[in-house]
Design a protein around this ligand. Sequence first.
Ligand SMILES: Cc1cc2nc3c(=O)[nH]c(=O)nc-3n(C[C@H](O)[C@H](O)[C@H](O)COP(=O)(O)O)c2cc1C
Length: 217
Amino acid sequence: MLFDLIKERKSVREYLDKDIPMEDLKKIMTAGYLAPSWMNSQPWKFILVKNQETKNLLCELAGHQPHVKDANALVVCVADKNGWSKEEFGEVLAARGIGESGREKIFNIPMFYPPLLGDSIVLMRSVEQVTYAVSYMMLQAKELGVDSCIIGALSNEATVVKPEIMEKVNKALNLKEGQVLITVITLGYAKEETITNKQRKDFNNVVHFETIGNELK
Ligand SMILES: Cc1cc2nc3c(=O)[nH]c(=O)nc-3n(C[C@H](O)[C@H](O)[C@H](O)COP(=O)(O)O)c2cc1C
């Protein structure tokens, strides 16, 4: 049951030395590939990393968080600003049956076409899309018995704390101009004893019925 997976999923930061079958890794990647996005724009790339050298580089990028190098596999989640170009986004729209004049209309409406609002909005909307796919991949992983942790504390275009290591990582992953590494998902089988309890704010502090302050009973 999906709800059970949602309840059971926890961030796992210590893993057994055990390989995840490639078939399962492909399923996890496919879950990201099939995630929804704004007008099906898919402004993203997902890179499966098994290579230890690349894991070590990404670990450095993430302030030496050990689970990045110790995970059995990593999924590097990239926001691809190029996905909003008139060519690339236009192709997606055309595949939906939107003709040239319809596409031109969309390209002139800021609500539909983020590049009209500037580079930081393009980045924000790209990151927004990537996060849905991250959730899909983590839940698919959980269904396969694979644990995970999101790594968002890393050097990238939004934080730019370590430009030299960013450059090395971009080269190792063959990232192009406009492709921004946003998140790494660590994957592996949990060392059960290291899993902590789920902690959340009070339910009624977060979830409301009709208006803020009104409880959902
Ligand atoms: C955007 C984002 C960035 C995160 N970055 C990190 C990170 O860099 N390192 C880490 O160990 N956990 C990271 N986490 C995991 C959170 O700490 C974790 O989801 C939160 O404490 C709730 O715990 P749970 O996932 O076990 O329910 C991140 C989570 C999100 C959503």
